[in-house]
Ligand binder design. Structure first.
Ligand code: FAD
Length: 303
């Protein structure tokens, strides 16, 4: 199958949701409302990001622990190797494993100085995503996801170099790639084809970003090298102070993207939720993913 799983593995659409660890009590409350709303959709897993240079190490661990203890969800812990020596990264892996975590999203991370700063591997650290994957694979039988960049990573000089890094991550034990967000499905399709031609056969799951705030998204896209097409900007134009319409347009845009990907054969989706449930929930509804209780509780109509 070009994009994800083979047809004989079943034709069901699967989703995963990404959260970030909350900083304040208010954000914490919002995250748990989101988790409660999305949990009945029975995602394949939910992932929790890891802040630059391990800045959220404790908060990521706390969030993952709470998911393990208070929900039936399967958490995936993101982990980066930037600005850390191998011993401390290995210690984080051990802590997560002791907690019961079996899934990781392994990433290199970005320099703490921010956008534009040159990445320098820690002298005693894992140099990149591929080395981190190898470290995880050495330490346990983990399910390891990695990043993929349909528009290539900004530091990759060309697609060949970019795909070569993905190949190294797969060779070292990654079993799933999750893409950076994108808005042009043709770009994703071309990237998957390039990867397949390079002998990469793991699922390359599209990362879908429902646009909660267009202005903020545009800034973020600029930092991570994701292209914002003119047609998309045009759709959100003039909605800066009209939250309700912005929300409706965002749902329509994301639904259109996801439905088109399904037509192209995609069966797995990863949603960047920004810790908000509404758009992800609506899109899941549209693609037939409904709360478990609703389905289980469906009664035949009374005579
Ligand atoms: P790698 O896979 O190691 O490299 C990425 C690309 O950069 C490669 O394709 C390679 O071609 C190129 N490259 C790397 N090094 C060089 C070099 N020396 N010379 C030439 N080219 C090079 N960041 C966080 O801090 N926390 C998170 O939780 C987090 N989660 C993410 C989840 C997803 C799904 C994605 C897509 C990204 C996430 N990021 C996260 C962002 C990520 O850390 C950055 O994009 C970072 O810049 C690259 O990390 P990586 O693991 O993709 O790097």
């Amino acid at each position: 199958y070009r994009f994800s799983r083979r047809p004989e593995q079943g034709g069901k659409i699967r989703v995963s949701f990404e959260f970030f660890p909350p900083k304040t009590e208010e954000m914490e409350r919002r995250l748990w409302e989101t988790v409660e709303r999305l949990a009945p959709l029975r995602p394949d897993f939910v992932s929790v990001t890891y802040g630059a240079g391990g800045s959220t190490r404790e908060r990521t661990a706390r969030t993952v622990r709470r998911i393990l203890e208070e929900t039936a969800l399967t958490p995936a812990a993101h982990l980066t190797c930037v600005d850390a020596d191998r011993e401390s990264v290995d210690a984080v892996i051990r802590d997560f494993a002791a907690m019961g975590v079996r899934r990781f999203v392994a990433l290199r991370g970005d320099p703490a100085e921010g956008v534009g700063a040159a990445y320098r591997p820690h002298p005693r650290g894992y140099a990149n995503g591929a080395e981190l994957v190898a470290a995880l694979a050495r330490q346990g039988d983990f399910d390891i996801s990695v990043s993929a960049y349909p528009e290539k990573h900004p530091e990759s000089p060309d697609f060949a170099t970019d795909i070569e890094m993905l190949k190294r991550k797969v060779d070292n034990g990654a079993t799933r790639a999750i893409t950076q967000f994108f808005f042009d499905n043709d770009v994703y399709e071309r990237y998957v084809e390039r990867a397949r031609r390079a002998g990469i056969y793991i699922p390359i799951v599209p990362g879908i970003l429902p646009v909660h705030n267009f202005t903020q998204m545009q800034r973020f896209a600029g930092q991570c090298g994701a292209h914002v097409p003119a047609w998309l900007a045009e759709r959100f134009q003039g909605l800066e102070h009209d939250a309700a319409t912005h929300q409706l347009v965002a749902a329509a845009v994301a639904a259109e993207q996801v439905l088109d990907l399904i037509e192209r054969g995609v069966e797995d989706f990863h949603f960047y939720t920004m810790n908000r449930a509404d758009l992800a929930f609506a899109i899941c509804h549209l693609i037939g993913i409904r709360p478990a209780v609703e389905q289980a509780g469906r009664q035949p109509a009374a005579a």
